[in-house]
Every structure is written in C-alpha cells, then in structure tokens.
Design a protein around this ligand. Structure first.
Ligand SMILES: [Zn+2]
Ligand SMILES: [Zn+2]
Length: 357
C-alpha cells in the first residue's frame, strides 16, 4: 500500500501546553482529529496511527545533552521558562515534547515503510527550537530531528524542507545551514524571530540551499501563491528530493492574532494541492506534513482539515463548508515581485536555473 494519507496523533500531545493564558493551544490538534473523523476522512481503523514517543537518543540527533537534561529538570519542577520568556516550563512538558517529536518520526517510518504515501503530524512543526535552547513556543525541533533521522536510518541525501508558517523557520535553517539540505521558508517580514532575509542563503556546502521569502504584512492569497509558484516548483524540480517535509503552520491566516499576513483557506488548499502533485512527480509521493503555528484554534482546525482532505484527494464537496470564499484578485504588489526576483537572483544560479522567467 503506497497511497493515502495517515493522521498521526495521541492524547499525550496535550501535555505540551504552556498554561491557560498562553496563545499556543494544544487542543487544536485534537479538534482537527475530531473534525476529520466526523467528516469520515480519518478513520481510527484505517488511516490513523498512534505514535511512540521519541527517545532521548532521538532528541540528541539535533539537541545537546545539556539542553535535553535542562528540559527534563524544568519539566519536573514545572516553573520558570525554557527560553527568555516565550516558552514556559510546565510540568510534563518534556513528555509532551517527546510525544510530539515521536509523531513526526512515526510519519517518517510510515512513509519510508511505504505504509502510506503521505503522513500528517499536527503536533509537529516546532521549527524555532535550536540545538541548545527553546524558542518561540518550540521545545525540541521535530522538523530537524526528522530530517536527521531520515539521513541516519534511510541514508537519504536530498531532503527538502518547505516551511510555510507565518514565522521564519530559524531553528531548522540553522541546523542545516552548512549542508545541501534544501530549506525554503515563507514568512512575514519584520516579526519574530527577526531572521529569514533573502541574503541568508547558507554557507560552505549549504550555499544556495537556504531559501528565505519574507513577505509584507497583509499579503493575500494571490500574492502568496505567486511567490510560491515562482520559487518552490522550479527549486524542487532541480533539487529532485527523495522526500519532502512540509512545516504547515497556518498562522499566516488572516484572522491569526500574532502574524498579520492575509491568507484564506484558499491559499492553504492550493498549496496542499500543488505540493501533493509535486511529491508524486518527484519522490514517489513521499510527503511528511507537520503542524506548526496557528493561534486562532477554530481556523487552524479548518485549515488543517482542508489541507489533509486535499492531500488525501477527498472530493471538495465533502469539506467545502469549511472553505472561505475566494477573494477578488487585487494584483501582485511590487514589493512581493521584488522579493521574488531577489530570491531567484540569489538562489537559482546554484541550481542551474535561470533567474528570469
Ligand atoms: Zn497522493
Ligand atoms: Zn508561526
């Protein structure tokens, strides 16, 4: 069996929480699971999988032993912060984190074992966490750990990581900055974490493999998809990935309280459709989708449900009630055209691509 999409989830994800007043709501994943079951798109007996938690050894693929010990200790105490004030240390946060990282590793095993072509872990996508510290609500970087796991267990060399969260995927970028692992991040310019400029193209053997597309506040579906279409398909076609990992944070949604991009469900639906096609075209459909940001829980649930249904090729009629009305096209802002041009000029020559279309 090599088709279909599996939903990877377990209740222990809920231990990954930062208290009742924190914007990160871990129930988002549970709601999405329930919604997909209600629509008959996910069925516990056929396309659902409960993952094992990650082991300490898994965490050490990316993180330092010192940092892992620190998180363990803070998790037992359950007070204070894991970083400088965004990511509180709550009781059980270590176990909750390991559950979520385990979900992403399970996606890798299911896809590589050809049980399913595509796998979604809504609890993953914790892309800000770095080797030796937490950041931006992210404790352990499951995106980077999964890529390292694919290198070690399956000897994969060409792993593409697409990050369409509203924030820059800085922890992931940093992990692979000197290696030819293709990381592409679309994000809003000028907000947390303050990195992700087009000039950050990688170093040494990684030069040309770190791709950053910062977009202005209010960027709408058309402009976003223009940038996506100009950059992602040509780079993936040139790179020829063996697998694609997609951090599918949905805090670029127009109602999201933290980011300020202007996307509707239509952008996410289209992006899911296009990425799904590209993975079938380029890497036998091997496609791991991870969650990420999203701070308006009902909208997160809708966006992820639409994404999952689209990748699973569910007829649109079955979920169209969840979709936003398409907005009239307002033309592509010059600033978006400029940043796309800049990214192409900086990156495309490394991949034998013409930067002018
Ligand atoms: Zn497929
Ligand atoms: Zn985010």
């Amino acid at each position: 069996m090599t088709g279909g999409t599996v939903f990877v989830y377990k209740e222990e994800y809920l231990k990954y929480h930062f208290g009742p007043l924190h914007p990160f709501r871990p129930e988002r994943e549970k709601y999405t699971f329930e919604k997909l079951q209600k629509l008959g798109i996910v069925d516990k007996c056929s396309n659902f999988f409960e993952p094992d938690s990650a082991t300490e050894e898994d965490l050490l693929l990316v993180h330092s032993g010192r940092y892992v010990d620190f998180v363990k200790r803070m998790s037992e105490m359950g007070t204070g912060y894991l970083d400088y004030g965004d990511t509180p240390a709550t009781k059980g946060i270590y176990e909750g984190s390991c559950a979520r990282v385990g979900g992403s590793l399970t996606c890798a095993k299911l896809v590589m074992g050809r049980k399913f072509a595509h796998a979604f872990n809504p609890g993953g996508g914790l892309h800000h966490a770095a080797q030796d510290h937490a950041a931006g609500f992210c404790v352990f970087n499951d995106v980077a750990i999964t890529a390292r796991f694919l290198q070690r267990e399956y000897d994969l060399r060409r792993i593409a990581i697409i990050d369409t969260d509203g924030h820059h995927g800085d922890g992931t970028q940093e992990t692979f900055y000197r290696e030819p692992i293709l990381t592409i991040s679309f994000h809003r310019e000028g907000i947390y974490p303050g990195t992700g400029y087009p000039e950050e193209i990688g170093e040494e053997g990684g030069k040309g493999y770190s791709v950053n597309v910062p977009l202005p506040a209010g960027t709408t579906d058309d402009a976003y998809l223009f940038a996506f279409k100009e950059i992602v398909p040509p780079l993936l076609q040139a790179y020829k990935p063996e697998i694609v990992i997609h951090q599918f944070g949905v805090d670029g949604y127009f109602r999201d309280p933290l980011v300020g991009l202007g996307l509707t469900t239509n952008a996410y639906q289209h992006m899911a459709m296009r990425m799904h096609e590209l993975t079938h075209e380029l890497c036998m459909g091997r496609y791991i989708i991870l969650g990420g940001g999203g701070y308006s829980p009902p909208d997160v649930c809708r966006c992820w449900t639409i994404m999952f249904a689209t990748i699973d090729e569910v007829p649109v009629e079955r979920f169209k009630d969840l979709c936003d009305e398409p907005r009239p096209c307002e033309g592509i802002p010059q600033r978006v055209k400029d940043v796309v041009e800049e990214v192409k000029n900086l990156i495309f020559p490394f991949h034998g691509l013409e930067s002018r279309s």
